[in-house]
Design a protein around this ligand. Sequence first.
Ligand SMILES: [Zn+2]
Length: 173
Amino acid sequence: MLKKWSNSSLIENTYKARYYKKIFNRKIKYITIHHMGAIHSAEGLGRIYQLLGRENSCHYGVGKDGEIALYVEEKYVAFSNRNNESNKVSIAVEICNSEIGGDFRVDDVVLNSAIKLIADIAKRNKLGRLEKGKTLCWHSMFANTECPGKYLLNKMDYICEKANEINGYRVKK
Ligand SMILES: [Zn+2]
């Protein structure tokens, strides 16, 4: 049966960015977490993608006040992970930092918003109970990069736990 594609209803705005022109028969296996490595609003990141116009994009961005935007529809493959095989099976989320350099910290309001979005993506794409490194992944698993930074890396268990809670999965003992 053909998958019925949808996008998150949590988005406040859409800013179209570039994606792979080739259409893949795409099956979502995991969500990939990125950090912006910068402090931008969701709109600001969208404008950057549009301005640069190059092969650099992700599906969603969570901006500095926790606002969520869509850049590439889930049914299309974004350029985010700099790894084609990974891009094809993934939905990518860019999360705004509150600190540039150091641990690349993220504000709670931004993190909480990202968790809601992640729970929503997981639910609609039937990823089940999120598992760190399996259904919830991060950029440096697929490319030589510091992304998503130390702070978010240390939060992966927490993100899984909270997103799973939203989706009605009990905390694993
Ligand atoms: Zn990244």
